[in-house]
Design a protein around this ligand. Structure first.
Ligand SMILES: Cc1cc2nc3c(=O)[nH]c(=O)nc-3n(C[C@H](O)[C@H](O)[C@H](O)COP(=O)(O)OP(=O)(O)OC[C@H]3O[C@@H](n4cnc5c(N)ncnc54)[C@H](O)[C@@H]3O)c2cc1C
Length: 658
């Protein structure tokens, strides 16, 4: 049920075991009693989770953010409140790690990592939440210490914690206001700090959320983060990306738990609702992993962290509500788990910057960031070099030529022959064909990236190329050795142009055996493209299961009847087909006498849908069966260039603003 990322390290497996064995059985008890889960927190300490992001040199686990997000997801699958115990703690530790002096790192980080120092964040005040710059808490210098006065609200771990990163004004008259703010590591112990009250909440129970009152509370000047006043606002802001990724991961964990509960209860009639939840969970997980990966590579990711936080938190709320509905009357029952999941979700919508604020951040980034055009914000930085260069080369071709040509082709309702020829020069008709058959041998992720770039310029060109690749993949995956040898080189070079035949009315084409051959008939078929392809892949139902056959253009019994006009994708050359008693010789039945198994079809459909969606690849992992284009394939591709104005392939110059 869980589609966890496959490359999870051992710590994630340890936390999963801990959650399954110890957290899940105990969570509801702690939650309903709103009791602090001391035993579970002690176990997290034993697992080293208080030092998750603290480098090993300072006694921590030194995890990367992507792994940390997986750890948090696992914890929240069991009990979201537990993540609150280590999250703001981790944020405080990160402020010291990234902005503290070396003396502060050596003194404080080992204590954070061991859990001896239990951290929290003191930013919010009764009148200042989203607008952090409105804080009023002051820290006045008094010899070798500061005296802190003010009220801090909603402090997670405020009662149980002992070491807080606190934002205060050291220069209340400064302009801009944030230049008068400093960050301190405040340690409990001296008089002048009162936990006024614990705030009872709708959900996120068990972990303490407190209001703290500081009245001339002494904090050593040695604990002014970085040792210089006026930098505190930047210090706390810099941690927010990780904080938002953390909230997103928490939301994924809660949504995953909702999915598991819903799946256990789902009846045949609730399958659509279940599918919607699963879609949300995986979408949220991928966005979270994407943002975390960027953070680990040191890329700017405020946009992506904001997207992950917003999407995942909204998704967790929808997933929990969806699970409630699927469970019917059992959903709201407090004996179950789902009502708790439902109550836990608002925290993630509100915490680490409300979702309204995230929308503002996302929109502002879309308009300003790096000067990139809208819709081109997906980073290629994590892609292997060759794949990145290929995608950029295609982007260049699209920007220079395809985009403009597609406008004219669309107006004239004209097949984009010239644009497709240009793609042919880059070898893209052979994108999925192995190099030993004359292709580029790209993996699915590389092809998806390239189709996405083409689709930005022309949906029609992307669709025609996708149809060709669909037919090619059918030969590649299902064909016999002889069929592959016969068809693949011609498909790779573009001498043979592939197309697909699909049913408009959902009815299957039928195949009847005549000796070793098949006779196929099919109602309501559309060829894509029609006149510009000469080898079509068709699925037909035979008495012993599905077959995929190849039809040649003009073959007896296979007629293009009339154009099939559509609102969009003009110039796509779609044609209605009449297929009546068409004899398909055995050499054109893919795989010979072998029936197709479900896996063959699923693989074929999966590859096709990925191209159809023009997505970002869901995983950074390379396909296990085929590698990215080896240098030799790239070289052979480059020799196909005919025009000196061609974009460099696979070594493009930087595209504007990328
Ligand atoms: C359980 C819990 C734990 C928390 N833990 C901590 C903690 O450990 N440390 C800490 O410092 N804080 C913590 N917080 C505080 C949290 O970060 C704030 O609640 C949050 O930032 C929102 O601030 P606010 O409550 O003052 O709401 P407000 O900022 O007053 O917002 C109220 C509404 O107005 C909207 N709004 C405000 N400004 C804008 C704008 N510019 N544009 C559009 N809409 C806007 C908001 O989206 C929201 O819908 C916690 C909160 C909760 C509920």
């Amino acid at each position: 049920m869980s589609r966890r990322l496959a490359d999870a390290p051992a710590i994630v497996a340890s936390v999963r075991r801990f959650v399954d064995k110890e957290v899940i059985p105990a969570a509801s008890g702690f939650e309903h009693a709103d009791a602090y889960p001391h035993e579970l927190v002690a176990r997290m300490r034993e697992l080293g989770l208080f030092g998750s992001l603290v480098p090993t040199a300072y006694g921590g686990l030194g995890l990367d953010v992507r792994t940390y997000a997986q750890v948090i997801e696992e914890i929240c699958r069991g009990f979201m409140s537990l993540a609150g115990v280590i999250n703001s703690h981790t944020m405080a530790a990160l402020i010291v790690l990234h902005h503290g002096t070396e003396e502060q790192r050596r003194r404080l980080l080992p204590r954070f990592a061991s859990g001896e120092a239990r951290g929290g964040l003191c930013l919010t005040e009764p009148h200042a939440g989203s607008d952090v710059q409105a804080i009023r808490t002051e820290a006045r210098r008094d010899g070798d210490r500061y005296l802190i006065s003010g009220a801090k609200m909603f402090v997670t771990n405020g009662r149980e914690g002992n070491t807080f990163a606190l934002l205060a004004l050291t220069d209340p008259g400064a302009s801009p206001r944030h230049s008068g703010m400093s960050c301190f590591i405040v340690e409990k112990g001296a008089p002048g700090l009162e936990v006024v009250k614990s705030i009872t909440k709708l959900g996120y129970k068990g972990v303490d959320t407190a209001e703290l009152l500081f009245d001339r509370f002494p904090c050593s000047a040695a604990n002014l983060v970085g040792g210089i006043e006026g930098r505190g606002f930047k210090h706390v802001l810099s941690g927010l990306e990780t904080g938002r990724i953390n909230i997103a991961a928490r939301a994924v964990g809660v949504a995953q738990a909702a999915l598991e509960e819903a799946a256990r209860a789902a009846t045949e009639t609730a399958t659509a609702a279940l599918a919607d939840i699963a879609l949300r969970v995986d979408g949220a997980r991928l966005l979270t992993s994407w943002a975390a990966g960027m953070k680990d590579r040191g890329e700017r990711c405020d946009l992506e962290a904001g997207m992950a936080k917003l999407y995942a938190s909204e998704s967790s709320q929808e997933a929990a509500a969806g699970a409630l509905r699927i469970l019917g009357g059992r959903g709201p029952a407090t004996a179950g788990v789902v009502e708790r999941l439902y109550r836990d979700t608002p925290l993630m919508v509100i915490g680490e910057g409300t979702n309204e604020i995230q929308r503002t951040i996302i929109a502002r980034n879309l308009l300003q960031r790096h000067g990139e055009r809208l819709g081109a914000l997906t980073s290629l930085e994590a892609e292997p070099e060759e794949r990145r260069l290929m995608a950029l080369a295609v982007r260049q071709l699209v920007e220079r030529e395809l985009g403009l040509a597609s406008v004219e082709d669309d107006r004239a309702d004209r097949f984009p022959a010239a644009s497709l020829d240009r793609l042919g020069e880059l070898g893209l008709f052979g994108a999925v064909v192995p190099p030993d058959s004359g292709g580029l041998g790209l993996d699915g992720a590389a092809v998806a990236l390239i189709i996405e770039e083409i689709g930005r310029g022309s949906a029609t060109v992307a669709a025609v190329l996708s149809s060709h690749l669909d037919a090619t993949e059918a030969v590649l995956r299902l064909g016999t050795v002889e069929q592959r040898r016969r068809f693949l080189p011609a498909l790779a070079s573009g001498t043979l142009r592939g197309g697909t035949l699909s049913s408009l009315n959902g009815l299957r084409s039928r195949a009847t055996r005549v000796g070793d051959d098949l006779v196929v008939s099919g109602p309501g078929l559309v060829a894509s493209p029609g006149r510009h392809a000469n080898l079509f892949a068709l699925r037909a139902e035979a008495e012993n299961g599905l077959r995929v056959v190849l039809l040649e253009a003009g073959q007896h019994g296979f007629t293009l009847v009339e154009p099939f006009w559509t609102m969009g994708r003009r110039g796509g050359d779609l044609w209605r087909v009449e297929l009546a008693e068409c004899l398909v010789p055995a050499r054109q039945v893919l795989g010979g006498g072998r029936g197709l198994d479900a896996r063959d079809l699923a693989e074929l459909d999966g590859a096709s849908r990925v191209r159809e969606a023009w997505p970002r690849p869901p995983s950074r992992r390379r396909c296990a069966t085929r590698s990215s284009a080896p240098p030799s394939a790239c070289r052979s591709a480059s020799t196909r260039r005919s025009s000196s104005s061609s974009p460099t392939w696979p070594r493009p110059s930087r595209c504007p603003g990328s």
